[in-house]
Design a binder for this molecule. Structure first.
Ligand SMILES: [Ca+2]
Ligand SMILES: [Ca+2]
Ligand SMILES: [Ca+2]
Length: 327
């Protein structure tokens, strides 16, 4: 087949692209344009996405799945220091939660559902903490239901769809009391002191159904904003650096003491050190009451450069890693 444009004179030219010729055969240009029948391009569920590209080839309502962290077999790590706005012992093991997020969309790339898995690795705390997640930039009314949360102590109020009420962004509280999620083997601190038997956590599986109005791109553009709820005081939130508190945080605590919070600046010391870490990989946290600066000597350089320097600060084999101080 040839497409030809012929004309004489003048300066006008056209640009054309993306021709589609409906046909019974396609041609193989490496073989003299030999005609080849259109077989073997199957779409078993008829959703318009070929089986080869359809991650749910037998489900017409789903076609694509995206993971965070990007490797579907990897859990990320959230590690919290609970003494904000004070530095405390700075051991970053007061609550350590492994997480994985999966987002599933249909053939039109509209989010249908998401699943979050959480596993508590450490509770090196004298207080009883809860844990929440805000999807910054995603309205609560894009969600139809949330299941799997472990809420027992009456400090959280939910809307009919299972998100927290009184919030302008979607907020989900996986658990309000970490003691309901972990299984202790004795001892005061949980999985932060060497010599004690390690405890095993339940895996909290949160399933979220969406209305279908949200595109995958919009979902992935949100800020994943996890936070610790300290000692079951709902207004006492501790977030990742530079991520804002939710509508229900006690705003009067911001900007006090060593925390330098102001417009757009949240949960960082005057030296730019954080109270929470989000590492999209496995992270070996410090032992009880060991300052993270003594467990990972490159930590301050990494944090104070906003991640530009010493990006490998936590990896096995990195120079600044002091194994004797790591659980
Ligand atoms: Ca399909
Ligand atoms: Ca499908
Ligand atoms: Ca601790």
């Amino acid at each position: 087949m040839m497409v030809s444009f012929a004309g004489t004179g003048g300066n006008n030219r056209c640009v054309t692209d993306n021709y589609v010729f409906p046909a019974t055969y396609w041609a193989d240009p490496s073989d003299g344009c030999r005609p080849i029948p259109l077989v073997g391009i199957a779409d078993a569920d008829g959703d318009g996405v070929d089986d080869a590209d359809d991650q749910f080839p037998n489900d017409p309502n789903l076609a694509y799945e995206t993971f965070y962290p990007a490797d579907k077999n990897t859990f990320g790590t959230l590690a919290f220091e609970d003494m904000w706005p004070y530095m405390g012992d700075y051991d970053f093991n007061d609550l350590v939660v492994d997480y994985r997020l999966a987002v599933r969309a249909n053939a039109q790339n509209k989010v249908q559902n998401a699943q979050m898995k959480f596993y508590v690795r450490a509770v090196g705390a004298e207080m009883t903490h809860g844990f929440g997640v805000e999807f910054n930039g995603i309205a609560p009314n894009t969600i139809t239901s949330v299941t799997g949360y472990v809420l027992t102590d009456g400090i959280v109020s939910l809307s009919a769809n299972g998100t927290e009420s009184g919030q302008s962004n979607a907020v989900i509280i996986p658990f309000d009391n970490v003691e309901n999620v972990i299984n202790r083997t004795g001892g005061y601190f949980y999985n932060t002191q060497s010599g004690s038997n390690p405890g095993i956590s339940d895996t909290v599986v949160i399933d979220i159904a969406f209305t279908g109005s949200l595109s995958t791109a919009n979902f992935l553009a949100m800020d994943f904003n996890p936070f610790l709820i300290r000692n079951q005081v709902r207004g006492m939130e501790i977030h990742l650096p530079d991520l804002p508190p939710t509508n229900l945080a006690n705003q009067s605590v911001l900007g006090t003491s060593s925390d330098d919070s102001g417009a757009g600046r949240y949960y960082k010391t005057s030296n730019n050190l954080p109270w929470a870490l989000n590492i999209p990989a496995h992270f070996d946290y410090p032992k009880e009451q060991v300052d993270i600066l003594d467990a990972y000597e490159d930590f301050a350089e990494w944090a104070q450069s906003a991640g530009q320097l010493a990006p490998d600060w936590y990896l096995e084999g990195s120079n600044g890693r002091v194994d004797v101080n790591i659980y």
